[in-house]
Write a protein that binds this ligand. Structure first.
Ligand SMILES: O=c1ccn([C@@H]2O[C@H](COP(=O)(O)OP(=O)(O)O[C@H]3O[C@H](CO)[C@@H](O)[C@H](O)[C@H]3O)[C@@H](O)[C@H]2O)c(=O)[nH]1
Ligand SMILES: O=C(O)[C@H](O)COP(=O)(O)O
Length: 462
């Protein structure tokens, strides 16, 4: 039990929680008080869950009952297994783990309310979330509640860290902005015109629903225009889009005198020429589970906070089972390339949860000051320049919920990563000696083959 700390501080939920001790050794216990009877802990895993175990061991609880809501992404279960299940078996005489699949944590807590007189939870990330969490749990659980906040072990930053502060203040949830009348009011007050731009390349299965959803949001007055910018689809995408009566453009034909390039960035660059709106909001057309939330959520912060000029969506991605039978969690390029790159070279961007997301909204005057790469580097290039030109605090991210969209195979992702890396290198003015040749050596049946493809970055300027 190496991780048991001697420093426990007790507070009640009526105390001022600014009194919480922050430090490498402190365990803060915010509690209704001890009550005789059976004890349960509802735990997800991580430092605070581990601190709950410390507190219960110190309180000489012998038989521990733990409830755990199964994670949607199975590899997150590793955190629970290593930080809770393994140590709990060493610390207590008997441990019962109840793996649950309730609809939500509140359903779970309600269902055990009459069986336990004390409930222990790990604290949420931010101190300001503790009292709202308490109020919510008390609506479901009648007994005594204790929320434990563990020591800040292994964290090199504290709550005065700028990225941490930015995340707390500039990360929104789409549900914060779901009341259309409120948003319409903000929109009117700011006197802005908004266009939803839907980029497409062979999206016949999903494009119709995305357009219909955008039009629903237009009908309630939040969006003024919906346009589709196609990159030369060869399926029925364009016919489907036209059947909704919205303007449909081929990106190659927009401002044809500027020439044309392949790529999503090119479609986004050309978007600025087809509208006189003040705010441009792009939403990908391959999203299977599109809802108005994507549009409200993305636009909400820009309308409600005039100082915010750029918003990027983020989302959770359910695990997909590939044809190979292999289960994949989402965001492979994000986790393997973008996040490590940002933490190494561009730490000011490291608070972004989905830096590659294509759901983005920006004021047009800010867009016109940017240079836009024609390829898949467009999202990171826009993000980096938004933060550089406008300042981190004029940018934000919004949780749009869960996204289900088609996934590239590993070669597709590898090429996308190469494009993104080339763009990031150019943004940092790293001299890569014009090396944009991407080589892939393949060994099969005792022979080697060399495949090589060039991915030059074309920067577009307004
Ligand atoms: O030349 C193109 C290529 C794609 N698309 C559309 O752009 C969207 C996203 O493209 P996709 O190839 O599905 O991207 P992902 O593999 O999902 O890549 C993720 O990461 C990219 C790089 O950050 C972003 O551009 C994407 O929006 C984001 O979903 C879809 O609606 C496509 O139809 C175009 O309009 N033109
Ligand atoms: O955002 C990413 O990292 C890429 O779009 C890949 O996502 P996926 O691993 O969910 O397919």
């Amino acid at each position: 039990m190496e991780h048991v700390s001697d420093q426990f501080k007790f507070l009640s939920f009526t105390d001022d929680l600014d009194e919480l001790e922050i430090g490498c050794e402190m365990v803060n216990i915010i509690t209704d008080g001890w009550q005789e009877g059976p004890v349960a802990a509802v735990l997800r895993g991580g430092l605070n869950a581990q601190a709950v175990l410390d507190v219960l061991a110190k309180a000489k609880v012998k038989n521990l009952v733990i409830f755990h809501l199964e994670e949607k992404i199975p590899h997150l279960e590793d955190v629970f297994l290593s930080s809770v299940v393994a140590p709990a078996h060493e610390m207590f005489d008997s441990v019962t783990i109840n793996w649950r699949r309730d609809q939500s944590i509140w359903h779970l807590i309600k269902s055990i309310s009459s069986d336990y007189s004390m409930l222990f939870l790990g604290a949420p990330l931010s101190i300001s979330e503790i009292k709202p969490l308490y109020a919510k749990v008390k609506g479901a659980f009648a007994g005594s509640l204790t929320i434990v906040r563990g020591p800040l072990r292994d964290l090199e930053f504290d709550e005065s860290d700028e990225i941490y502060k930015w995340i707390r203040a500039r990360t929104f949830d789409a549900s914060d902005f779901s009341v259309s009348s409120v948003l319409r009011n903000y929109k009117k007050k700011q006197g802005v015109k908004i266009v939803a731009i839907l980029p497409s390349l062979n999206e016949e299965n999903t494009v119709g629903k995305v357009i219909k959803t955008a039009l629903d949001v237009k009908n309630v007055g939040l969006i003024d225009e919906v346009v589709l910018i196609d990159s030369g689809s060869t399926d029925n995408t364009v016919d489907i889009a036209r059947s909704y009566g919205i303007p449909v453009y081929q990106h190659a034909e927009i401002e044809a005198q500027l020439g044309t390039y392949h790529g999503k960035g090119e479609a986004m660059f050309k978007s600025a020429f087809v509208t006189d709106a003040d705010i441009l909001a792009w939403v990908d057309t391959d999203i299977e589970n599109i809802t108005p939330r994507f549009f409200y959520g993305l636009l909400g912060p820009l309308l409600a906070y005039p100082e915010i000029k750029f918003a990027k969506g983020y989302f959770s991605r359910p695990v997909r089972v590939e044809a190979s039978g292999i289960e994949l969690g989402g965001g492979r390029v994000t986790e393997i390339l973008a996040r490590p790159w940002f933490s190494t070279f561009m730490p000011q961007l490291s608070g972004y949860i989905q830096p590659l997301a294509g759901t983005v909204a920006i004021y047009k005057d800010a867009l016109l000051k940017m240079r836009i790469p024609a390829n898949y580097g467009v999202e990171v290039a826009m993000l980096a320049q938004a933060v550089e030109n406008l300042g981190l605090w004029s940018t934000c991210q919004v949780n749009l919920g869960e996204v289900i969209h088609k996934s590239k195979d590993v070669i597709g992702l590898s090429e996308m990563s190469f494009q993104i890396m080339q763009v990031l290198a150019e943004l940092l003015e790293v001299n890569n000696r014009g090396n944009n040749l991407f080589r892939r050596v393949i060994s099969a049946h005792g022979r080697f083959e060399m495949h090589a493809k060039r991915f030059p970055v074309t920067w577009r300027r307004y």
